[in-house]
Write a protein of this length. Structure first.
Length: 322
């Protein structure tokens, strides 16, 4: 069904591209006519038609490229506070809200699976599941270090501080993607922390899962049920193991493309959010805009992600031509 829908969308874009090109030819003919009024109308329509032609050409080119096998999948979004203490935790919370609004704008479902809040409303770390159409295709560019420059709430002298948060976007894994042997797991239960009243104090609903061969540890305490926390923990563990498997495959790609797609690594600074200047800068594509307030308030990541897709498309076309 997904393949059928993509083919329908491709054919619709191809048909519209043909219609736009036909209109451009007609307008070019009108410019050569003696009727000055018609020529002026044709000239006024040219910029919009030419812009639409470029947009459709890029959409068609991208659709015809070989697809990554995981592009259609849902994604796990992991955000962790980096350097900067409480301010980094607040920024992690701001990023979570931004991604939630972006997901809502695309009609995706956004579900927080596990979270470790701090005392002032931020998050030490938080994991969310984003589900819908082609989630990983659009969110995969967000993996990396996000840097914020602003005056923290706790700053009394108005000085600008620099803090960071790390983001990892993992394609959700299916059970057939990775084999997890029961003997490779150590599962422990414990009492949850944070809000929850008597349930938290009296029941051991939190679950910690240790994957012994890799040393990966997952802790889940968001749900009131131990079973649900275990299911969520296994979902996160599968995604992390699948990410490791995917990273091995990505090593055959160019260094540039690996940096664009991201591997969930936490070492690369990809973006700066400068609040005093209302500026957002993506360092991978040398993109700068002065609409940070709008982007954070509404999750308007569409233009930025579109530019990342364009850059990746050009790189993939260059690789295919070698």
């Amino acid at each position: 069904m997904r393949e059928h829908r993509r083919t329908q969308e491709l054919m619709a874009d191809w048909a519209e591209l043909g219609e736009v090109r036909r209109q451009l030819e007609e307008n070019a003919s009108l410019l050569a006519e003696d009727d000055a009024e018609l020529a002026e109308m044709a000239r006024a329509e040219l910029p919009e038609l030419e812009k639409r032609e470029r947009e459709l050409e890029e959409k068609v080119q991208y659709a015809l490229l070989p697809r990554d096998a995981v592009e259609d999948r849902d994604a796990l979004l992991e955000i962790r506070a980096g350097t900067g203490g409480d301010e980094a935790a607040l920024f992690a919370g701001d990023l979570l809200s931004m991604y939630q609004r972006y997901a809502e704008s695309r009609g995706w479902q956004f579900e927080v699976l596990d979270a470790s809040p701090n005392d002032i409303g931020g998050f030490k770390e938080v994991t969310a599941r984003v589900s819908g159409e082609e989630v990983f295709r659009f969110l995969k560019y967000e993996s990396g270090v996000h840097r914020v420059q602003r005056v923290p709430q706790t700053e009394t002298q108005g000085r600008i501080h620099t803090s960071t948060a790390t983001v990892a976007v993992l394609p959700e894994a299916e059970e057939v993607d990775v084999q997890i042997r029961p003997e490779d797991l150590r599962i422990e239960t414990c009492r949850s922390g944070g809000a929850g009243g008597q349930h938290v104090n009296r029941t051991e609903s939190a679950v910690q899962i240790f994957h012994l061969p890799t040393g990966i540890m997952v802790r889940c305490e968001q749900e009131r049920s131990q079973l649900k926390n275990r299911e969520t923990g296994m979902r996160i563990l599968r995604a992390r193991l699948f990410e490791m498997k995917q990273e091995e495959a990505r090593r055959s790609y160019s260094e540039h493309r690996r940096s664009l797609i991201g591997s969930g690594g936490r070492e690369e600074k990809i973006r700066t959010y400068n609040f005093p200047q209302n500026r957002i800068t993506d360092h991978r594509i040398s993109y700068t805009a002065y609409n940070l307030d709008i982007l954070m308030a509404s999750g308007a990541l569409g233009e930025l992600i579109g530019l990342m897709q364009r850059e990746e498309m050009q790189e993939r076309m260059n690789e295919l031509s070698k």
